[in-house]
Design a protein around this ligand. Structure first.
Ligand SMILES: [Zn+2]
Length: 133
């Protein structure tokens, strides 16, 4: 029967797609597998006045310190970064952002893959189901 042949071809195509999806790598895991320390937050220079009335900052030459700010458990926290640690902390915050971006991409890809697999599984179910008439 022609109908049977068509269904059988459809079925083998769907099964192939399903296997291909299962075997395709979801994401490059390098970002997750690295041992690099990650620091949450942003690094930026903060200019402010101190409280000495005779200080140069009272005439507009503000003190500049480089700080790290991050939201920890809903609260914004601020740390002064020692001069010699600034480049390292900056790199670590960039690494943290890269990790978060990679995580978002992973979720998107995994969800997309799962949806596609589910559509194939449902199509296979439909073709293979032979209701009694
Ligand atoms: Zn001052």
């Amino acid at each position: 029967m022609i109908d049977m042949q068509i269904r059988s071809r459809q079925l083998s195509r769907l099964k192939q797609e399903l296997i291909q999806l299962r075997d395709s790598p979801v994401h490059d895991l390098a970002v997750f597998l690295s041992n690099r320390p990650l620091v949450k937050g942003s690094v930026y220079p903060l200019r402010r006045k101190c409280f000495k009335p005779s200080c140069r900052c009272a005439r507009g030459a503000l003190h500049e310190t480089v700080v790290l700010t991050a939201s920890i458990e809903g609260k914004t926290r601020l740390w002064t970064i020692p001069e010699d640690r600034i480049p390292a902390v900056r790199l670590q915050t960039e690494a943290y952002r890269r990790f978060r971006r990679a995580r978002a991409v992973y979720i998107q890809e995994a969800t997309h893959r799962q949806e596609k697999m589910l559509r194939l599984i449902d199509a296979i179910l439909q073709i293979r189901t032979q209701q009694q008439s």
